[in-house]
Ligand binder design. Structure first.
Ligand SMILES: NC(=O)c1ccc[n+]([C@@H]2O[C@H](COP(=O)([O-])OP(=O)(O)OC[C@H]3O[C@@H](n4cnc5c(N)ncnc54)[C@H](OP(=O)(O)O)[C@@H]3O)[C@@H](O)[C@H]2O)c1
Length: 320
């Protein structure tokens, strides 16, 4: 079967389509025919070696991609819940050598959820990491309530565009921060106010927010605390080791010295989250904005675009 691989950490031109053996069907898990894969910044950060010093990440040769949607073609001994032919979606743990960008993948039983009727493969593949991050940030960490004021940075990106949609669904007033090319896009997602960060710094606004979701990690808690209400919550996406460590430290300070909270998000990437996302997609709450789908050979160019840090919505790869 075909799979996208790389043999050494480095730039996107290290990616190549390889002919590799099909994976075996794992005990307690499933073998899937992959139909669509959603790309995330995590994919290129691993390939570029940004996580090379984190011991739990297997070194190359490796496959590429985590978020997948497809059909079950094999059920391992002891596996329950799913059956051959069922449409499912989910996300592979990012640590291992297997990538989702392959014709067939092997997944553990708790890595997949059934795809609700009416939700297509491309939509489902766009959901797991970016949608899960938005849901976990706003519902679990911030516990966003109707009538509260939410500010989202990186509002046009994979995570941010879901956060704008979910914030509106939860009844918040949403202020979205993005670059000039994305103002109309973000307004179209339902944002109540849009701040073009090249014209205005939200930190200088005379306005307070109940929740700042710093999806782009373009700020930090210590800067944002003055635009948070006294019980406000700052959440970021741990987009870099520095952002994660700063926010963890700030979180301790916030708990000890203030009534605010600061959270560096680590995604709980398991079936219960995929099931929540499936329900939100089926209900039309989360509507991934997807660029025209690409094939395996288009991934290197797509990752180069993502590496600029100015992604809009989601990029999805379809497999035959
Ligand atoms: N911890 C986790 O489990 C987890 C999960 C998902 C994502 N992440 C991380 O979260 C970050 C965002 O992910 P993503 O998928 O949303 O990436 P993305 O699709 O590339 O989006 C990033 C967005 O940031 C915006 N941006 C860049 N500079 C900005 C600034 N100064 N102010 C406001 N917005 C700015 C860009 O929009 P403009 O072009 O409009 O500037 C772009 O839309 C990445 O670092 C990713 O690795 C972490």
């Amino acid at each position: 079967m075909q799979a996208l691989r790389y043999d050494r950490y480095g730039p996107a031109d290290r990616l190549y389509v390889a002919e590799v053996p099909e994976p075996a069907c794992p005990a307690g898990g499933f073998k899937l025919r992959v139909r669509a894969v959603g790309l995330n910044p995590l994919d290129w950060k691993i390939r570029a070696g940004h996580l090379a010093l984190v011991p739990v990440f297997d070194r190359p040769p490796r496959g590429v991609g985590c978020d997948f949607a497809g059909e079950i073609v094999g059920v391992g001994g002891g596996a329950t819940r799913h059956f051959v032919g069922q449409r499912v979606f989910g996300s592979l743990p990012p640590f291992g050598r297997q990538g989702a960008l392959a014709e067939m993948i092997a997944v553990a039983g708790d890595q997949v959820a059934a795809l609700p009727d009416g939700v297509g493969f491309e939509t489902a593949a766009a959901l797991p990491i970016a949608g899960g991050t938005a849901v976990q940030a706003l519902e679990d960490h911030a516990q966003l309530q109707p009538g509260q004021k939410l500010l989202v940075t990186g509002a046009a990106g994979g995570v941010g565009h879901f956060a704008v949609q979910l914030g509106k669904h939860l009844g918040a007033t949403v202020t979205a921060v993005c670059g000039p090319a994305n103002v109309d896009f973000v307004r179209g997602l339902g944002a109540d106010a849009v701040i073009d960060y090249t014209h205005e710094d939200f930190l200088r606004r005379n306005e307070n927010f109940d929740v700042v979701f710093d999806a782009a990690c373009s700020s930090d808690y210590l800067a944002c605390r003055r635009v948070l209400v006294p019980t406000g919550v700052y959440v970021n996406t741990s987009g870099s080791a520095g952002a994660a460590l700063r926010t963890m430290g700030a979180g301790i300070y916030a708990r000890l010295a203030t009534a605010q909270r600061a959270v560096a998000l680590v995604l709980a990437n398991r079936r219960p989250m995929w099931e929540r996302l499936g329900r939100y997609a089926a209900a039309g709450v989360l509507r991934p904005q997807i660029a025209p789908p690409i094939g395996l050979t288009g991934v290197a160019a797509a990752q180069r675009t993502m590496e600029t840090g100015h992604g809009r919505g989601k990029i999805v790869v379809t497999l035959p």
